[in-house]
Design a protein around this ligand. Structure first.
Ligand code: ADP
Ligand code: MG
Length: 209
């Protein structure tokens, strides 16, 4: 079974909804180890993103989302999420995608984030949620998995990745200024990234019903 541009639009709307709902949490997490703006940054970016979406194909939709996020989000996370959506969209050709296309798109997005931000696993960033989520998608795709299970596995893996950032010492981004004192706090960017993958589960539920 394939998914189309409507699924991608639902994903962005679900992500924007989750960011609105979790704005206070993201602010609180970023206040502990950063400057407290991650909630507001993400709300601004995703409001612009959802408003920019029209009746485009998958690549066109993600290009508009990327441009809105890059111009409106700000902070370190704006260019990183912008690159994620831009590179994910670049990998989407045609009107529909199957699960292996989705996994390749997410992988391309991660590569963009890493090319831009230079973070590896274990540095207490969004990359720590992205990597396990994308590995779960790739596992599902190579085992002929179905969409609902693959997306749920990816969201669960992102959630575990997010939780695993708590004991880490940050070595990238603003939290790295705290050194050892960054340990004991969950990373805000890994938290918003968990919601990115949870939003795909929401979108799939909406798409199927
Ligand atoms: P800023 O740090 O500029 O205030 P935000 O608060 O919006 O920007 O975003 C902070 C989040 O960005 C961090 O929690 C982290 O997950 C992510 N981040 C910061 N630097 C990097 C990087 N080099 N690579 C990947 N993610 C990063
Ligand atoms: Mg911040």
């Amino acid at each position: 079974m394939s998914r189309d541009a409507e699924f991608v639009r639902q994903w962005i709307h679900a992500f924007a909804d989750r960011i609105e709902e979790n704005k206070a949490l993201l602010t609180r997490l970023d206040s502990a180890i950063g400057d407290g703006d991650h909630g507001q940054n993400m709300v601004r970016g995703l409001r612009a993103a959802r408003q920019s979406i029209e009746d485009d194909d998958i690549a066109g939709t993600l290009r508009k989302v990327a441009m809105s996020v890059i111009s409106k989000t700000g902070g370190a996370s704006g260019p990183l999420y912008g690159t994620f959506f831009l590179d994910a969209g670049r990998n989407a050709s045609g009107e529909t995608i199957d699960l292996s296309d989705w996994a390749s798109m997410m992988r391309a997005g991660l590569e963009g984030v890493q090319r831009r931000g230079k973070a590896e696993a274990g540095e207490k960033t969004m990359v720590d949620a992205l990597i396990p989520a994308i590995e779960a998608l790739e596992d599902a795709a190579s085992n002929d998995g179905n969409w609902p299970e693959a997306l749920q596995d990816a969201a669960s893996a992102a959630e575990e990745g997010m939780e695993a950032t708590t004991p880490m010492v940050a070595t990238k981004g603003r939290a790295s200024y705290l050194g050892e004192r960054s340990a004991g706090h969950q990373d805000p960017g890994a938290t918003s990234t968990y919601h990115l993958f949870a939003a795909a589960v929401d979108a799939n539920d909406a798409w199927q019903s």
